[in-house]
Design a protein around this ligand. Sequence first.
Ligand code: AMP
Ligand code: TRP
Length: 345
Amino acid sequence: MSEVATAKFKPRVFSGIQPSGGLTLGNYLGAIKKFVAMQEQGIETVYCIVDMHAITVWQDPAALQRQTRELAAGYLAAGLDPAKSILFNQSQVSAHVELGWVFNCVARMGWMNRMTQWKDKTSGKDAEKASLGLFAYPSLMAADILLYHATHVPVGEDQKQHVELTRDIAAKFNHDYGVEFFPITEPVIEGAATRVMSLRDGTRKMSKSDPSDASRINLTDDADTIAQKIRKAKTDAEPLPETAEGLDARPEAKNLVNIYAALADTSVAAVLGDFAGQGFGAFKPKLADLAVASLSPISTEMSRLMQEPAEIDRILGLGADRADAIARPVMDRTYEIVGMVRSRR
Ligand code: AMP
Ligand code: TRP
């Protein structure tokens, strides 16, 4: 298969988050914090609220609307600047579903069947009840990315396989049609917090869909709630070790140290340099202070922005216009490559 080096393409970052619930510390450290950092590197950055992905499982319409605006508020409050980045919601740029359909015809059932997220969500007889959209989900995600010829996609660890599938779809499309049209996109999965774990169980991912609110920190939690959740987080009785390897068999301890390092923009080694030999009685209050100092300004700004839904909608609308200006020519060229007659005036 012909591999199209991303070098042939202008660097462009794309990523997305589903408006399927509130934002967690996992979303912030695994995704949004990196989105903002990449925006500041002067690369072209495109960030999407993937509402079409959200409806692959049932969403109450009023809740979906509120969560879409809340996610936009979260992006903005965390430092996303609509003058520097394109910020929009997916359903306002129809080329996403158009390219998604073309990719449904490129991707193979076997590829989709191997997606671990699909398998996790549909174990046993749940598969019969899952929507067809949930099965096709990764193909729409590939469309999101490739519509912008994105070269880099910052995501958390759980999305790695989906980005690899995106590469497979790009390569197969290029090969089948004999073109070098879509780039082979690189995932960007870096730093200490690529997989933030539940505060109640260090073997499970922190998730907005976990039934236990104590398992996660929400970006909308107030300072007392954040501090209390960290104080009650599951840990062990050992002091912190000298080296990162010393955390290997201690998932809960490792998670809290990773969170500290990511919030403080430092390394796990540096955190252990400061705290080795100390117990959680000493470490947790420091982590709580750091988390409150980092997250409180974001949650305050989010609440303020949520009072101005019309302003949020205006920003999303302008972002969608800018996104469409990139996406539409890519979609038109895709139709040409595939052999669709395009004769409307
Ligand atoms: P989602 O909320 O599933 O749409 O995820 C949006 C982004 O947040 C993706 O890049 C995920 O990989 C990332 N993410 C979600 N949960 C976590 C977590 N617990 N740790 C790290 N990254 C996460
Ligand atoms: N599947 C991603 C998630 O649940 C969300 C997503 C959709 C995405 N399209 C994307 C992420 C494109 C990065 C790029 O986290």
